[in-house]
Design a protein around this ligand. Structure first.
Ligand code: NAD
Length: 253
């Protein structure tokens, strides 16, 4: 593909399960990827694109990320706000620092990336695209996940607002809302819950983690990446201001 026709994307959390699958899938579509992650993860990132280290819980990290994309590729067409983590605790014991970090990474970072990236998205010849990897937890709640659920609901509100502001400027914004995906984020929860409930990890998966999902199968990161590629491709441009669920029936209840 000629350099002038290649689009450029920021993918955050690109060293993780879903982020690395999205970076690889976009690369296959001829998109130049700035693969953003924390310094420790960025240093060992071996996927496609240009690795960039940033702590996205900081304003500077988000500003530098947008600056690096524009400087590296000379343009910015796509932002995929994917970086995230989970913290499980009852509300009365929920550590306030973890609450702040969850909101900073999964709500404020998408806002800052949109704010700093907006002028470049306005210039994108095929229309700017903003995609948040949210969660079924952007639509429904679970106990003990106050910070995560609040951040993901907020991110969906941000997406709706960006869709309205971008409508007259060719910019679309949407949120993918997955159920449980086979990544480190879920593996860690399985281990924690197994210890907490005194159960085997297999039992925890079926009886604790996947209770909300009628279909008892973890989603593969590549399935989420395929959906992202569709939404960011030519046939996805009418999806804006909306959550797109890939959740094994979770939110059908
Ligand atoms: N795995 C699931 O079941 C699932 C379900 C629904 C939604 N999601 C969402 O998908 C996204 C990706 O999750 P995943 O499952 O691939 O997890 P993951 O742990 O494999 O990847 C997350 C990545 O984010 C990075 N990250 C964490 N803090 C950061 C920071 N401050 N700055 C920059 N990068 C940071 C991590 O280093 C990691 O590489 C998250 O937003 C998560 O909430 C995951």
């Amino acid at each position: 593909m000629p350099r002038s026709q290649r689009r450029a994307a920021i993918v955050t959390g690109a060293a993780g399960g879903i982020g690395s699958a999205i970076a690889a899938r976009l690369d296959k579509d001829g998109v130049d990827v700035l693969a953003v992650d924390l310094a420790s993860a960025a240093a060992t990132y071996s996927g496609p694109g240009v690795s960039h280290a940033a702590d996205l819980t900081t304003r500077e990290g988000n500003r530098d990320t947008v600056r690096a994309a524009v400087e590296t590729f000379g343009r910015l067409d796509i932002i995929v706000a994917n970086a995230g983590f989970q913290h499980v605790a009852p509300v009365a014991d929920f550590p306030e620092d973890r609450w702040d970090a969850l909101l900073a990474l999964m709500l404020t970072s998408p806002f800052l990336l949109a704010k700093y990236g907006w002028p470049a998205l306005l210039e994108a010849p095929q229309g700017g695209r903003f995609l948040v990897i949210a969660s079924a937890h952007a639509l429904v709640a679970s106990p003990f996940k106050a910070g995560y659920v609040a951040a993901k609901h907020g991110a969906l509100g941000l997406v709706k607002t960006l869709a309205l502001e971008g409508a007259d400027h060719g910019i679309s914004a949407c949120a993918i809302c997955p159920g449980y995906v086979r990544t480190r984020l879920v593996q860690q929860q399985i281990a924690t819950q197994a210890k907490a409930h005194g159960l085997s990890e297999d039992r925890v998966l079926d009886d604790v983690i996947l209770t909300a999902q009628p279909v008892k199968r973890l989603i593969e990161p590549e399935e989420v990446a395929e959906l992202a590629a569709f939404l960011l491709g030519p046939h996805g441009r009418s999806f804006t201001g909306t959550p797109v669920s890939i959740d094994q029936g979770w939110t059908a209840r």
